[in-house]
Unconditional design. Sequence first.
Length: 80
Amino acid sequence: VTSATFSTPHTSDAVACCKQRPDFLVCATYQLMKEEVPPRRVGELLLISRATTDTLEVVQSVGEGTGVLDCAWYESDRNA
């Protein structure tokens, strides 16, 4: 097993690996902007792939929204 590190723009709250495509994972981020009045939540969903054995890269970022607290893959029998 090889590990890699990856910095996210906000706190990483959840990571889910794809069983059908083990080279992909999704990372949910969330941050509370306490310095703003009123405080607001920000975050995004990052689709990340393993570029090399020890390197990760963002393939897609889904919106700077109100924060993502959890994530999971939908398992389909379509490719079974």
